[in-house]
Design a protein around this ligand. Sequence first.
Ligand code: TEU
Ligand code: CA
Length: 535
Amino acid sequence: MEKKWWHSSVVYQIYPRSFMDSNGDGIGDLNGIISRLDYLKELGIDAIWLSPVFKSPNDDNGYDISDYKDIMDEFGTMKDMENLLAESNKRGIKIVMDLVPNHTSDEHMWFVEARKSKDNTYRDYYIWRDPVDGHEPNELGSNFSGSAWEYDETTGQYYMHLFSKKQPDLNWENEKVREEIYDIMNFWIDKGIGGFRMDVIELIGKKPDEMIIPNGPKLHDYLKEMNKKTFGDKDMLTVGECWCADPEIAKMYSNPDSHELSMVFQFEHIGLDQIPGKDKWDLRPLELTELKKVLNKWQMAFDGDGWNSLFWNNHDLPRIVSRWGNDKEYRVESAKMFATLLHGMKGTPYIYQGEELGMTNIRFDDINDYKDIETINMYNDRKSKGYAVDDIMKSIYTKGRDNARTPMQWDDSANGGFTTGTPWIKVNPNYKEINAQSQINDPDSIFNYYKKLISLRKENEVIVYGDFIPLLEDDKNIYAYERVLGDDRIRVVCNFTDKEVECDYADANGVELISNYKDYKDGILRPYEAFMVRL
Ligand code: TEU
Ligand code: CA
Protein backbone atom coordinates (compact mmCIF):
# COMPACT_ATOMS: atom_id res chain seq x y z
CA MET A 1 0.00 0.00 0.00
CA GLU A 2 1.28 3.45 -0.87
CA LYS A 3 2.18 5.35 2.30
CA LYS A 4 0.31 8.59 3.00
CA TRP A 5 0.99 11.36 5.50
CA TRP A 6 -2.41 10.82 7.09
CA HIS A 7 -1.65 7.16 7.85
CA SER A 8 0.72 8.20 10.62
CA SER A 9 -1.07 11.39 11.62
CA VAL A 10 -3.14 12.24 14.66
CA VAL A 11 -6.02 14.67 14.11
CA TYR A 12 -7.44 17.04 16.73
CA GLN A 13 -11.04 18.18 16.40
CA ILE A 14 -11.86 21.78 17.29
CA TYR A 15 -15.43 22.84 17.92
CA PRO A 16 -14.74 26.56 17.42
CA ARG A 17 -17.69 27.90 19.39
CA SER A 18 -16.32 26.28 22.56
CA PHE A 19 -12.56 26.31 22.06
CA MET A 20 -11.24 29.81 22.89
CA ASP A 21 -12.88 33.23 22.94
CA SER A 22 -10.50 36.09 22.09
CA ASN A 23 -12.79 39.10 22.42
CA GLY A 24 -14.99 38.49 25.44
CA ASP A 25 -18.30 37.96 23.65
CA GLY A 26 -18.58 34.47 25.12
CA ILE A 27 -18.18 32.70 21.78
CA GLY A 28 -15.01 30.95 20.69
CA ASP A 29 -13.43 32.35 17.53
CA LEU A 30 -10.61 32.03 15.00
CA ASN A 31 -8.26 34.38 16.83
CA GLY A 32 -8.87 32.29 19.92
CA ILE A 33 -7.75 29.19 18.04
CA ILE A 34 -4.64 30.97 16.78
CA SER A 35 -3.75 31.89 20.35
CA ARG A 36 -3.82 28.18 21.30
CA LEU A 37 -1.88 26.73 18.36
CA ASP A 38 1.27 26.39 20.43
CA TYR A 39 -0.66 24.23 22.88
CA LEU A 40 -1.64 21.92 20.01
CA LYS A 41 1.91 21.93 18.69
CA GLU A 42 3.08 20.87 22.14
CA LEU A 43 0.56 18.01 22.15
CA GLY A 44 2.07 16.89 18.85
CA ILE A 45 -0.94 16.65 16.56
CA ASP A 46 -0.58 16.84 12.76
CA ALA A 47 -3.93 18.21 11.66
CA ILE A 48 -6.97 20.03 12.96
CA TRP A 49 -10.48 19.05 11.94
CA LEU A 50 -12.24 22.37 12.24
CA SER A 51 -16.00 22.08 12.72
CA PRO A 52 -17.82 24.55 10.41
CA VAL A 53 -16.74 28.20 10.55
CA PHE A 54 -18.79 29.45 7.59
CA LYS A 55 -21.57 32.05 7.62
CA SER A 56 -24.51 30.59 9.46
CA PRO A 57 -27.59 31.63 11.43
CA ASN A 58 -26.58 28.87 13.89
CA ASP A 59 -29.75 26.88 14.10
CA ASP A 60 -27.41 23.85 14.35
CA ASN A 61 -24.21 25.61 15.42
CA GLY A 62 -22.75 26.14 11.98
CA TYR A 63 -23.96 22.93 10.32
CA ASP A 64 -26.56 25.17 8.67
CA ILE A 65 -24.51 27.24 6.25
CA SER A 66 -25.74 30.38 4.52
CA ASP A 67 -22.48 31.18 2.69
CA TYR A 68 -19.77 28.58 2.15
CA LYS A 69 -17.20 31.11 1.01
CA ASP A 70 -17.43 33.45 3.97
CA ILE A 71 -16.76 33.25 7.70
CA MET A 72 -19.37 33.37 10.48
CA ASP A 73 -19.45 36.86 11.98
CA GLU A 74 -18.97 35.61 15.55
CA PHE A 75 -15.87 33.63 14.51
CA GLY A 76 -14.05 36.40 12.65
CA THR A 77 -13.22 37.34 9.07
CA MET A 78 -11.69 35.73 6.00
CA LYS A 79 -8.45 37.51 6.98
CA ASP A 80 -8.54 35.74 10.34
CA MET A 81 -9.12 32.43 8.56
CA GLU A 82 -6.17 33.03 6.25
CA ASN A 83 -4.13 33.93 9.27
CA LEU A 84 -5.15 30.70 11.00
CA LEU A 85 -4.09 28.73 7.93
CA ALA A 86 -0.75 30.51 7.77
CA GLU A 87 -0.05 30.15 11.50
CA SER A 88 -1.02 26.47 11.48
CA ASN A 89 1.01 25.64 8.41
CA LYS A 90 3.98 27.42 9.99
CA ARG A 91 3.75 24.90 12.84
CA GLY A 92 3.35 21.94 10.50
CA ILE A 93 -0.35 21.58 11.31
CA LYS A 94 -2.83 21.09 8.48
CA ILE A 95 -6.41 22.32 8.59
CA VAL A 96 -9.15 19.91 7.58
CA MET A 97 -12.33 21.87 6.88
CA ASP A 98 -15.82 20.59 7.63
CA LEU A 99 -17.80 20.36 4.39
CA VAL A 100 -21.58 20.21 4.72
CA PRO A 101 -22.70 19.13 1.25
CA ASN A 102 -26.01 17.43 2.12
CA HIS A 103 -27.96 20.55 3.12
CA THR A 104 -27.66 24.31 3.44
CA SER A 105 -29.28 26.84 5.73
CA ASP A 106 -32.73 28.02 4.68
CA GLU A 107 -31.06 31.46 4.73
CA HIS A 108 -28.63 30.48 1.98
CA MET A 109 -29.24 32.55 -1.16
CA TRP A 110 -30.05 29.36 -3.12
CA PHE A 111 -32.91 28.47 -0.81
CA VAL A 112 -34.15 32.05 -0.41
CA GLU A 113 -34.46 32.07 -4.20
CA ALA A 114 -35.74 28.49 -4.56
CA ARG A 115 -38.75 29.00 -2.31
CA LYS A 116 -39.91 32.09 -4.24
CA SER A 117 -41.58 30.19 -7.09
CA LYS A 118 -41.75 26.82 -8.78
CA ASP A 119 -39.89 28.10 -11.81
CA ASN A 120 -37.10 29.86 -9.96
CA THR A 121 -33.60 29.04 -11.28
CA TYR A 122 -32.67 27.58 -7.90
CA ARG A 123 -35.90 25.61 -7.32
CA ASP A 124 -34.35 22.33 -8.33
CA TYR A 125 -31.35 22.81 -6.03
CA TYR A 126 -33.61 21.40 -3.30
CA ILE A 127 -36.09 18.57 -2.97
CA TRP A 128 -39.76 19.57 -3.38
CA ARG A 129 -42.86 17.36 -3.42
CA ASP A 130 -46.58 17.94 -3.73
CA PRO A 131 -48.78 17.12 -0.74
CA VAL A 132 -50.40 13.67 -0.78
CA ASP A 133 -54.04 13.80 0.41
CA GLY A 134 -53.26 17.12 2.04
CA HIS A 135 -50.37 15.62 4.00
CA GLU A 136 -46.62 15.07 3.90
CA PRO A 137 -45.50 13.08 0.84
CA ASN A 138 -44.37 10.17 3.04
CA GLU A 139 -43.38 9.02 6.54
CA LEU A 140 -39.78 10.12 6.31
CA GLY A 141 -38.59 11.47 9.70
CA SER A 142 -36.04 14.16 10.56
CA ASN A 143 -33.00 13.25 12.69
CA PHE A 144 -34.03 16.12 14.94
CA SER A 145 -37.59 14.80 15.64
CA GLY A 146 -40.79 15.16 13.62
CA SER A 147 -41.31 14.88 9.87
CA ALA A 148 -38.56 15.43 7.30
CA TRP A 149 -41.06 17.42 5.20
CA GLU A 150 -41.93 21.08 5.78
CA TYR A 151 -44.85 22.69 4.01
CA ASP A 152 -44.02 25.94 2.25
CA GLU A 153 -47.07 28.23 1.86
CA THR A 154 -45.79 30.29 -1.05
CA THR A 155 -45.74 27.46 -3.57
CA GLY A 156 -47.90 24.87 -1.83
CA GLN A 157 -45.21 22.20 -1.80
CA TYR A 158 -43.15 20.44 0.86
CA TYR A 159 -39.37 20.62 0.99
CA MET A 160 -37.25 17.92 2.51
CA HIS A 161 -34.98 18.35 5.55
CA LEU A 162 -33.31 15.36 7.20
CA PHE A 163 -32.16 17.66 10.01
CA SER A 164 -33.84 20.87 11.26
CA LYS A 165 -36.36 22.63 9.07
CA LYS A 166 -33.75 25.38 8.73
CA GLN A 167 -31.50 22.81 6.98
CA PRO A 168 -33.17 22.01 3.63
CA ASP A 169 -31.58 19.05 1.79
CA LEU A 170 -29.76 19.75 -1.45
CA ASN A 171 -30.75 17.83 -4.57
CA TRP A 172 -27.57 16.04 -5.63
CA GLU A 173 -29.25 14.67 -8.74
CA ASN A 174 -29.01 18.20 -10.10
CA GLU A 175 -25.66 18.55 -11.81
CA LYS A 176 -25.60 22.29 -11.05
CA VAL A 177 -25.71 21.56 -7.33
CA ARG A 178 -22.77 19.21 -7.64
CA GLU A 179 -20.79 21.80 -9.61
CA GLU A 180 -21.53 24.44 -6.95
CA ILE A 181 -20.19 22.18 -4.20
CA TYR A 182 -17.06 21.32 -6.20
CA ASP A 183 -16.52 25.02 -6.80
CA ILE A 184 -16.73 25.68 -3.06
CA MET A 185 -14.28 22.86 -2.38
CA ASN A 186 -11.80 24.23 -4.93
CA PHE A 187 -12.13 27.68 -3.40
CA TRP A 188 -10.95 26.25 -0.08
CA ILE A 189 -8.33 23.98 -1.61
CA ASP A 190 -6.81 27.09 -3.24
CA LYS A 191 -6.57 28.69 0.20
CA GLY A 192 -4.22 25.91 1.30
CA ILE A 193 -6.31 23.60 3.46
CA GLY A 194 -5.24 20.01 4.18
CA GLY A 195 -8.49 18.22 3.50
CA PHE A 196 -12.17 17.81 4.24
CA ARG A 197 -14.33 16.10 6.81
CA MET A 198 -17.60 15.48 4.99
CA ASP A 199 -20.77 15.81 7.00
CA VAL A 200 -23.30 12.93 6.56
CA ILE A 201 -21.78 12.18 3.17
CA GLU A 202 -23.65 8.87 2.97
CA LEU A 203 -26.94 10.78 2.53
CA ILE A 204 -26.21 12.63 -0.72
CA GLY A 205 -27.38 9.76 -2.95
CA LYS A 206 -30.82 9.58 -1.33
CA LYS A 207 -34.05 8.51 -3.10
CA PRO A 208 -36.69 9.94 -0.76
CA ASP A 209 -39.68 8.57 -2.68
CA GLU A 210 -38.33 5.06 -2.28
CA MET A 211 -37.35 5.77 1.33
CA ILE A 212 -33.70 5.09 0.47
CA ILE A 213 -31.70 7.57 2.50
CA PRO A 214 -28.14 6.46 3.34
CA ASN A 215 -26.16 4.58 0.68
CA GLY A 216 -28.32 5.60 -2.27
CA PRO A 217 -27.63 4.19 -5.74
CA LYS A 218 -25.55 7.10 -7.10
CA LEU A 219 -23.59 7.89 -3.92
CA HIS A 220 -20.30 6.44 -5.11
CA ASP A 221 -20.64 7.91 -8.60
CA TYR A 222 -20.94 11.33 -7.01
CA LEU A 223 -17.90 10.76 -4.82
CA LYS A 224 -15.78 9.61 -7.74
CA GLU A 225 -16.88 12.69 -9.66
CA MET A 226 -16.11 14.93 -6.66
CA ASN A 227 -12.69 13.35 -6.25
CA LYS A 228 -11.87 13.92 -9.91
CA LYS A 229 -13.08 17.50 -9.97
CA THR A 230 -11.57 18.66 -6.68
CA PHE A 231 -8.97 17.01 -4.44
CA GLY A 232 -8.14 13.89 -6.49
CA ASP A 233 -4.71 15.04 -7.62
CA LYS A 234 -3.85 16.70 -4.28
CA ASP A 235 -2.37 15.03 -1.23
CA MET A 236 -5.30 15.56 1.11
CA LEU A 237 -7.01 13.87 4.03
CA THR A 238 -10.69 13.28 3.31
CA VAL A 239 -12.95 11.61 5.85
CA GLY A 240 -16.64 10.94 5.38
CA GLU A 241 -19.16 10.72 8.20
CA CYS A 242 -20.93 7.40 7.58
CA TRP A 243 -23.32 6.23 10.30
CA CYS A 244 -24.47 3.24 8.26
CA ALA A 245 -21.15 1.92 6.97
CA ASP A 246 -20.10 -1.70 7.48
CA PRO A 247 -16.59 -2.78 6.47
CA GLU A 248 -17.64 -3.66 2.91
CA ILE A 249 -19.23 -0.25 2.44
CA ALA A 250 -16.21 1.43 4.04
CA LYS A 251 -13.99 -0.25 1.45
CA MET A 252 -16.04 1.25 -1.36
CA TYR A 253 -15.20 4.70 -0.01
CA SER A 254 -11.64 4.20 1.16
CA ASN A 255 -10.03 1.66 -1.14
CA PRO A 256 -7.28 3.72 -2.84
CA ASP A 257 -8.32 2.13 -6.14
CA SER A 258 -11.84 3.53 -5.93
CA HIS A 259 -10.61 7.16 -5.89
CA GLU A 260 -13.13 8.44 -3.38
CA LEU A 261 -12.04 9.25 0.20
CA SER A 262 -9.09 8.57 2.49
CA MET A 263 -11.26 6.99 5.19
CA VAL A 264 -14.66 7.11 6.84
CA PHE A 265 -15.93 7.58 10.37
CA GLN A 266 -17.92 4.44 11.14
CA PHE A 267 -20.25 4.36 14.16
CA GLU A 268 -20.99 0.69 14.77
CA HIS A 269 -19.39 0.76 18.23
CA ILE A 270 -21.18 3.99 19.09
CA GLY A 271 -24.60 2.32 18.98
CA LEU A 272 -23.77 -0.53 21.37
CA ASP A 273 -25.27 1.11 24.44
CA GLN A 274 -28.68 1.79 22.95
CA ILE A 275 -31.61 -0.60 22.75
CA PRO A 276 -31.48 -2.31 19.34
CA GLY A 277 -34.09 -0.97 16.94
CA LYS A 278 -34.70 2.10 19.09
CA ASP A 279 -32.80 5.36 19.04
CA LYS A 280 -29.82 6.75 20.86
CA TRP A 281 -31.87 8.03 23.81
CA ASP A 282 -33.06 4.52 24.72
CA LEU A 283 -30.28 3.27 26.91
CA ARG A 284 -28.76 -0.08 27.80
CA PRO A 285 -25.38 -0.95 29.35
CA LEU A 286 -22.38 -1.66 27.15
CA GLU A 287 -21.01 -5.22 26.99
CA LEU A 288 -17.25 -5.24 26.55
CA THR A 289 -17.37 -8.46 24.51
CA GLU A 290 -19.65 -6.77 21.97
CA LEU A 291 -17.39 -3.73 21.77
CA LYS A 292 -14.42 -6.00 21.11
CA LYS A 293 -16.29 -7.93 18.45
CA VAL A 294 -17.12 -4.74 16.57
CA LEU A 295 -13.81 -2.90 16.90
CA ASN A 296 -11.72 -6.02 16.25
CA LYS A 297 -13.74 -6.73 13.14
CA TRP A 298 -12.97 -3.23 11.84
CA GLN A 299 -9.31 -3.57 12.80
CA MET A 300 -8.98 -6.69 10.68
CA ALA A 301 -11.22 -5.62 7.81
CA PHE A 302 -8.68 -3.94 5.55
CA ASP A 303 -5.57 -5.20 3.86
CA GLY A 304 -4.42 -2.22 1.82
CA ASP A 305 -7.97 -1.88 0.47
CA GLY A 306 -9.27 0.59 3.03
CA TRP A 307 -8.28 2.64 6.06
CA ASN A 308 -9.84 3.15 9.51
CA SER A 309 -10.43 6.28 11.47
CA LEU A 310 -10.27 5.86 15.25
CA PHE A 311 -12.31 7.91 17.69
CA TRP A 312 -14.23 7.69 20.95
CA ASN A 313 -16.03 10.99 20.88
CA ASN A 314 -16.79 14.14 18.92
CA HIS A 315 -19.12 17.14 19.10
CA ASP A 316 -22.17 14.86 18.68
CA LEU A 317 -21.21 12.24 21.24
CA PRO A 318 -20.84 12.12 25.01
CA ARG A 319 -17.34 12.16 26.44
CA ILE A 320 -15.79 8.71 26.65
CA VAL A 321 -14.46 8.99 30.20
CA SER A 322 -18.00 9.65 31.44
CA ARG A 323 -19.67 7.28 29.00
CA TRP A 324 -17.78 4.01 29.35
CA GLY A 325 -15.14 4.94 31.90
CA ASN A 326 -15.34 6.31 35.42
CA ASP A 327 -15.27 10.10 35.63
CA LYS A 328 -15.06 10.16 39.45
CA GLU A 329 -12.69 7.91 41.42
CA TYR A 330 -10.78 6.65 38.36
CA ARG A 331 -11.09 9.55 35.97
CA VAL A 332 -7.36 9.78 35.24
CA GLU A 333 -6.82 6.02 35.03
CA SER A 334 -9.82 5.40 32.80
CA ALA A 335 -9.10 8.35 30.50
CA LYS A 336 -5.59 6.99 29.98
CA MET A 337 -6.93 3.47 29.45
CA PHE A 338 -9.22 4.61 26.61
CA ALA A 339 -6.35 6.55 25.11
CA THR A 340 -4.03 3.53 25.20
CA LEU A 341 -6.63 1.23 23.69
CA LEU A 342 -7.37 3.55 20.78
CA HIS A 343 -3.88 4.88 20.06
CA GLY A 344 -2.44 1.37 19.83
CA MET A 345 -4.83 0.53 17.01
CA LYS A 346 -4.43 0.65 13.24
CA GLY A 347 -5.97 3.75 11.64
CA THR A 348 -5.90 7.51 12.05
CA PRO A 349 -6.74 8.60 15.62
CA TYR A 350 -8.94 11.64 16.24
CA ILE A 351 -8.86 13.49 19.56
CA TYR A 352 -11.85 15.65 20.43
CA GLN A 353 -10.99 18.92 22.21
CA GLY A 354 -10.70 18.40 25.98
CA GLU A 355 -10.41 14.62 25.66
CA GLU A 356 -6.67 15.06 26.20
CA LEU A 357 -7.49 16.61 29.60
CA GLY A 358 -10.07 14.01 30.61
CA MET A 359 -12.90 16.55 30.44
CA THR A 360 -16.24 15.07 31.51
CA ASN A 361 -19.92 15.19 30.59
CA ILE A 362 -22.13 17.99 31.95
CA ARG A 363 -25.40 17.80 33.94
CA PHE A 364 -27.57 20.88 33.86
CA ASP A 365 -30.64 20.67 36.12
CA ASP A 366 -32.53 23.16 33.98
CA ILE A 367 -33.43 22.18 30.41
CA ASN A 368 -33.06 25.87 29.51
CA ASP A 369 -29.30 25.62 30.04
CA TYR A 370 -29.12 23.23 27.07
CA LYS A 371 -28.49 24.81 23.65
CA ASP A 372 -28.45 21.87 21.23
CA ILE A 373 -31.38 21.71 18.81
CA GLU A 374 -31.39 17.90 18.77
CA THR A 375 -31.63 17.79 22.58
CA ILE A 376 -34.29 20.49 22.84
CA ASN A 377 -36.45 18.98 20.08
CA MET A 378 -36.21 15.51 21.63
CA TYR A 379 -37.13 16.91 25.07
CA ASN A 380 -40.23 18.62 23.70
CA ASP A 381 -41.18 15.64 21.55
CA ARG A 382 -40.90 13.09 24.35
CA LYS A 383 -42.59 15.38 26.86
CA SER A 384 -45.56 15.77 24.55
CA LYS A 385 -45.67 11.98 24.16
CA GLY A 386 -45.93 11.55 27.94
CA TYR A 387 -42.41 10.44 28.88
CA ALA A 388 -41.41 11.24 32.48
CA VAL A 389 -39.15 14.31 32.64
CA ASP A 390 -36.68 12.41 34.87
CA ASP A 391 -36.24 9.76 32.20
CA ILE A 392 -35.78 12.35 29.47
CA MET A 393 -33.15 14.15 31.56
CA LYS A 394 -31.39 10.85 32.20
CA SER A 395 -31.11 10.29 28.45
CA ILE A 396 -29.77 13.81 28.00
CA TYR A 397 -27.19 13.36 30.78
CA THR A 398 -26.02 10.18 29.10
CA LYS A 399 -26.22 11.01 25.39
CA GLY A 400 -26.94 14.72 24.84
CA ARG A 401 -24.63 16.51 22.41
CA ASP A 402 -24.01 19.41 24.79
CA ASN A 403 -22.01 17.01 26.99
CA ALA A 404 -19.10 17.56 24.63
CA ARG A 405 -19.84 21.18 23.81
CA THR A 406 -19.12 22.96 27.10
CA PRO A 407 -16.14 25.33 26.82
CA MET A 408 -12.54 24.13 26.87
CA GLN A 409 -11.09 24.31 30.35
CA TRP A 410 -7.81 26.17 29.98
CA ASP A 411 -7.05 27.18 33.58
CA ASP A 412 -8.67 27.70 36.98
CA SER A 413 -9.63 31.35 36.44
CA ALA A 414 -13.28 32.38 35.90
CA ASN A 415 -14.99 30.34 33.16
CA GLY A 416 -11.94 28.13 32.90
CA GLY A 417 -10.08 30.85 31.00
CA PHE A 418 -12.32 30.30 27.98
CA THR A 419 -13.80 33.79 28.01
CA THR A 420 -13.70 37.02 29.98
CA GLY A 421 -17.40 37.46 29.23
CA THR A 422 -20.46 35.25 29.63
CA PRO A 423 -20.00 31.93 27.80
CA TRP A 424 -22.67 30.96 25.25
CA ILE A 425 -23.12 27.72 27.19
CA LYS A 426 -22.17 27.24 30.83
CA VAL A 427 -18.69 25.99 31.65
CA ASN A 428 -18.45 22.66 33.48
CA PRO A 429 -18.01 23.63 37.17
CA ASN A 430 -15.17 21.11 37.51
CA TYR A 431 -12.80 23.42 35.59
CA LYS A 432 -10.95 24.26 38.82
CA GLU A 433 -9.66 20.67 39.01
CA ILE A 434 -9.69 19.75 35.34
CA ASN A 435 -7.84 22.24 33.14
CA ALA A 436 -4.95 22.46 30.71
CA GLN A 437 -2.74 24.70 32.82
CA SER A 438 -2.53 22.21 35.67
CA GLN A 439 -1.67 19.35 33.30
CA ILE A 440 0.91 20.71 30.89
CA ASN A 441 3.78 20.60 33.37
CA ASP A 442 2.66 17.51 35.27
CA PRO A 443 4.46 14.47 33.84
CA ASP A 444 1.68 12.16 35.09
CA SER A 445 -1.17 14.14 33.54
CA ILE A 446 -3.59 12.88 30.93
CA PHE A 447 -2.27 15.59 28.60
CA ASN A 448 1.28 14.27 28.81
CA TYR A 449 0.02 10.71 28.40
CA TYR A 450 -1.63 11.68 25.09
CA LYS A 451 1.49 13.52 24.07
CA LYS A 452 3.52 10.36 24.64
CA LEU A 453 1.04 8.18 22.74
CA ILE A 454 1.21 10.54 19.78
CA SER A 455 4.99 10.42 19.74
CA LEU A 456 4.95 6.61 20.02
CA ARG A 457 2.97 6.47 16.78
CA LYS A 458 5.60 8.65 15.12
CA GLU A 459 8.47 6.49 16.36
CA ASN A 460 7.04 3.00 15.84
CA GLU A 461 5.94 1.94 12.41
CA VAL A 462 4.33 -1.15 13.89
CA ILE A 463 1.63 1.11 15.41
CA VAL A 464 0.86 2.60 12.01
CA TYR A 465 1.10 -0.41 9.72
CA GLY A 466 1.33 -3.53 11.90
CA ASP A 467 -1.24 -6.33 11.61
CA PHE A 468 -3.83 -6.49 14.36
CA ILE A 469 -4.12 -9.67 16.40
CA PRO A 470 -6.92 -9.87 18.97
CA LEU A 471 -6.33 -11.56 22.32
CA LEU A 472 -8.76 -12.77 25.04
CA GLU A 473 -11.75 -12.20 22.77
CA ASP A 474 -14.27 -13.70 25.20
CA ASP A 475 -12.97 -12.00 28.32
CA LYS A 476 -15.63 -9.75 29.86
CA ASN A 477 -13.19 -7.38 31.57
CA ILE A 478 -10.01 -7.10 29.58
CA TYR A 479 -9.35 -5.66 26.12
CA ALA A 480 -6.03 -6.91 24.76
CA TYR A 481 -4.39 -7.20 21.37
CA GLU A 482 -1.06 -7.33 19.61
CA ARG A 483 0.35 -5.51 16.61
CA VAL A 484 2.94 -7.18 14.43
CA LEU A 485 5.16 -5.82 11.68
CA GLY A 486 7.99 -8.12 10.55
CA ASP A 487 9.92 -9.03 13.71
CA ASP A 488 8.43 -6.23 15.71
CA ARG A 489 5.60 -7.16 18.05
CA ILE A 490 3.85 -4.98 20.61
CA ARG A 491 1.07 -5.88 23.02
CA VAL A 492 -1.67 -3.63 24.42
CA VAL A 493 -3.46 -4.71 27.60
CA CYS A 494 -6.37 -2.79 29.15
CA ASN A 495 -8.54 -3.47 32.17
CA PHE A 496 -11.94 -2.09 31.22
CA THR A 497 -13.31 -2.23 34.78
CA ASP A 498 -13.00 -0.45 38.12
CA LYS A 499 -11.97 -3.72 39.83
CA GLU A 500 -8.83 -5.78 40.07
CA VAL A 501 -8.98 -8.62 37.56
CA GLU A 502 -6.77 -11.63 37.00
CA CYS A 503 -4.87 -11.61 33.75
CA ASP A 504 -2.15 -13.84 32.25
CA TYR A 505 -0.71 -10.83 30.47
CA ALA A 506 -0.56 -8.61 33.56
CA ASP A 507 3.22 -8.74 33.77
CA ALA A 508 4.87 -6.55 31.21
CA ASN A 509 7.22 -9.28 29.90
CA GLY A 510 8.93 -6.90 27.55
CA VAL A 511 9.99 -3.32 27.14
CA GLU A 512 7.36 -0.90 28.38
CA LEU A 513 6.31 1.76 25.87
CA ILE A 514 3.66 3.38 28.05
CA SER A 515 1.62 2.53 31.14
CA ASN A 516 -0.90 4.28 33.39
CA TYR A 517 0.46 2.66 36.60
CA LYS A 518 4.00 3.01 37.93
CA ASP A 519 4.65 -0.71 38.35
CA TYR A 520 3.17 -4.15 37.65
CA LYS A 521 1.29 -6.53 39.93
CA ASP A 522 1.78 -10.28 39.47
CA GLY A 523 -1.09 -11.78 37.52
CA ILE A 524 -3.38 -8.88 38.37
CA LEU A 525 -4.56 -5.79 36.51
CA ARG A 526 -5.63 -2.93 38.78
CA PRO A 527 -8.68 -0.73 38.04
CA TYR A 528 -8.43 0.59 34.46
CA GLU A 529 -4.78 -0.46 34.27
CA ALA A 530 -3.46 -0.18 30.73
CA PHE A 531 -0.09 -0.56 29.08
CA MET A 532 1.71 -1.09 25.83
CA VAL A 533 4.87 -3.23 25.70
CA ARG A 534 7.28 -4.36 23.03
CA LEU A 535 7.67 -8.15 23.28
O1 TEU B 1 -24.19 14.64 12.26
C1 TEU B 1 -25.03 13.70 11.67
C2 TEU B 1 -25.94 13.04 12.54
O2 TEU B 1 -26.57 12.11 12.08
C3 TEU B 1 -26.07 13.48 13.96
O3 TEU B 1 -26.73 14.69 14.03
C4 TEU B 1 -26.80 12.48 14.69
O4 TEU B 1 -28.12 12.45 14.27
C5 TEU B 1 -26.83 12.73 16.13
O5 TEU B 1 -25.88 13.64 16.52
C6 TEU B 1 -26.57 11.45 16.80
O6 TEU B 1 -25.99 11.64 18.00
C7 TEU B 1 -23.68 15.65 11.49
C8 TEU B 1 -22.96 16.64 12.38
O7 TEU B 1 -21.86 16.00 12.98
C9 TEU B 1 -23.93 17.19 13.37
O8 TEU B 1 -23.33 18.03 14.32
C10 TEU B 1 -24.99 17.94 12.60
O9 TEU B 1 -26.00 18.37 13.48
C11 TEU B 1 -25.62 17.07 11.52
O10 TEU B 1 -24.67 16.34 10.76
C12 TEU B 1 -26.36 17.93 10.54
O11 TEU B 1 -25.47 18.67 9.77
CA1 CA C 1 -15.46 35.66 20.51
